[in-house]
Write a protein that binds this ligand. Structure first.
Ligand code: SF4
Ligand code: SF4
Ligand code: SF4
Length: 568
């Protein structure tokens, strides 16, 4: 038994798209810190989230390691091979597949369809005596879990027999001894749940995709093998049980039993379809005998999540129908060993008051009914269901797209309002997408009034507002952001920074009014010039004075010298 749940999320790969939440029929996915993880108690292992995850972050437990380990043990290990093997390995003779499986170390290969026949034989006896009421097939473990957990009032309507896979395992034990081990191989993830819960019957469950991988790793090419007479199904070939993997197939096997003709047979595929079928109904309201074959996978197990879906559904159905024949004599047998009760497994209901719900709605900006868009962007089909998920700790407010958009809009509005610079965003046509009031003020003219009438001035032409729209064109064309100082706009000087938002498509700009700064700079420069000029004049004056003084001194010295020379 493997304790890790069969479906999990590789957190590092999850891209927070919430597609899995949207598609999960029972909302068994919890989003924490933006990552979507499976809540095992609520999950049905239907595999829908695995199929829809666009980045394959939802994974299925492989179980190859535990099966290899099982084969190392002393007990013989038998394969319970799902009847859809024929569509999975199209064209491959059974003997080749059996030979390949035996090469891997299995003691024998048997068809799960034998278990299906045992189930039908037992059920036919019950149906023969049924005069009114509703029976729901127990063949699909997903549907059994769904009814028990989510529509528990119908638990008693589930046919009280083991699923074909578990019935088959019991049958194999009866044939080959209690000591044998059984590994199921097929397209179904939910069989891993069955194996985890009923390890005494099925030790492990592999998906076809894992088997392919195993063949590859072991360098076994089933198509190239030469099977021997021993490569045959044990203890015998299946017959009409092989119809089980297609929608309506189980019903056909039941109708073939005599005495069951009066039953109203129905097929309901898909969890939502079954919910719709039973919603509002009470089991006691069904006054006629009704048997519903119900499978989670639309079209049946041939479209199970572990299959490759390699050919159109119609062709697969045809192939199965063509290759299946009925036993000429259908036995009247009810194996006591496959009797199983399915009690309710109702989930605890969260007790959420109207006030709590209202508060949760308010936390995502839904203050009245008009705010409740019910857009499904969060993964839930209504804002109220999303609010409930918030209160149950399964969701985060950031999952509400409209709330996040409003929040982002409010933040950007606040920033645009408070920023002292002019801000403008334009598209490649140079039409305004957004601007702030400051930008309108900088543009001057009638722009501020237009802004009052149409805040943000959407669709206004940039070239009609400013004379340097060409700079924006330059950035749109080249993709290179630019910064220009002291760009003239009327009487103002602006420092302009133009940047890419969507290169080539949308650009934004910040416009800083530096007129005052430039003016102050001019003033300082002027004052400095005046000081310099004054200083220069003073210096010149001093120099002049010094020059005169020097001249006078020179004249005086010359006359002294001359006088002195005359006397000598
Ligand atoms: S589908 Fe789910 S698991 Fe996959 S990326 Fe989106 S949120 Fe993540
Ligand atoms: S396996 Fe099915 S029930 Fe479980 S989380 Fe995925 S979609 Fe939901
Ligand atoms: S329909 Fe078949 S393959 Fe799909 S979940 Fe049910 S048992 Fe598994």
């Amino acid at each position: 038994m493997n304790l890790a749940y069969p479906i999990y999320t590789a957190d590092a790969e999850c891209q927070d798209c919430f597609k899995c939440v949207r598609h999960c029929p029972v909302k068994a996915i919890k989003v924490v810190s933006g990552h979507a993880s499976v809540i095992s108690d609520l999950c049905l292992a239907c595999g829908e989230c695995v199929e829809v995850c666009p980045v394959h972050a939802k994974k299925v437990r492989e179980d190859l390691g535990s099966v290899r380990q099982l084969l190392q043990g002393s007990a013989p290990v038998y394969v319970s091979l799902a009847p859809s093997w024929g569509s999975e390995f199209r064209g491959l003779p059974a003997a080749n597949l059996i030979a390949a499986l035996r090469q891997l170390g299995f003691a024998g290969v048997s068809e799960t369809a034998l278990g299906a026949q045992i189930v039908s034989d037992s059920l036919a006896l019950s149906l023969r005596e049924m005069r009114s009421g509703l029976l729901l097939s127990s063949a699909c473990p997903v549907m059994v879990d769904f009814i028990r957990k989510y529509m528990p009032e119908f638990s008693d309507c589930i046919t009280p027999v083991l699923s074909p896979a578990l019935s088959h395992a019991r049958y194999l034990q009866e044939q080959f001894g209690e000591h044998i081990k059984v590994v199921f191989i097929g397209p179904c993830i939910a069989k891993k749940n069955e194996a985890d819960r009923r390890g005494e019957l099925i030790s492990s469950a592999l998906m076809f995709s894992s088997l392919r991988q195993w063949f590859k790793e072991s360098k076994i090419a089933p198509w190239q093998l030469s099977p021997t007479a021993e490569d045959c199904f044990v203890p015998e070939n299946s017959r009409e049980g092989a119809l089980y993997p297609i929608e309506g197939g189980m019903n056909e096997t039941l109708k073939a039993h005599s005495g069951c003709e009066h039953i109203n047979y129905m097929v309901v595929s898909g969890i939502d379809a079954l919910r719709q079928t039973l919603d509002g109904l009470r089991p006691e309201d069904v006054k006629e005998p009704v048997f519903i074959e119900t499978l989670a996978c639309i079209g049946g197990c041939v479209h199970g999540p572990g299959s490759e879906h390699c050919s159109p559904g119609l062709l697969e159905r045809l192939r199965i129908i063509r290759n299946t024949d009925f036993r000429t004599e259908l036995p009247e047998r009810r194996l006591p060993s496959i009797i199983e009760a399915y009690p309710s497994a109702a989930l605890p209901q969260s007790d959420i008051s109207l006030q709590e719900l209202r508060e949760a709605l308010q936390s995502i900006g839904k203050h009245n009914e008009k705010d409740e868009l019910n857009c499904g962007g969060c993964g839930y089909n209504s804002c109220r269901n999303f609010a409930r998920a918030l209160l149950e700790g399964k969701a985060e407010p950031s999952m509400c797209v409209s709330h996040m958009r409003n929040l982002a809009q409010k933040k950007s509005n606040a920033m645009l309002r408070c920023i002292p610079a002019g801000v403008v965003i334009v598209n490649s046509e140079l039409q305004l997408l957004e601007c702030n009031r400051r930008f309108a003020e900088l543009c001057g003219g009638s722009a501020p009034e237009i802004y009052e009438l149409a805040p943000g001035m959407p669709k206004a032409r940039l070239e009609k507002l400013i004379p340097f729209a060409g700079l924006f064109e330059e950035v749109l064309k080249s993709g290179r952001e630019l910064f220009r100082e002291a760009v003239k706009l009327e009487q103002r000087l602006l420092n302009v920074s133009i940047f890419n938002i969507e290169p080539g498509l949308v650009v934004g700009a910040l416009l800083f009014d530096v007129t005052q700064t430039e003016f102050t700079r001019e003033q300082i420069a002027e004052q400095a010039r005046q000081v310099i000029d004054k200083n220069l004049a003073t210096v010149q004056d001093i120099a002049c004075k010094l020059g005169e003084h020097m001249a006078e001194t020179e004249i005086l010295l010359r006359s002294i010298a001359e006088n002195y020379a005359d006397k000598t």
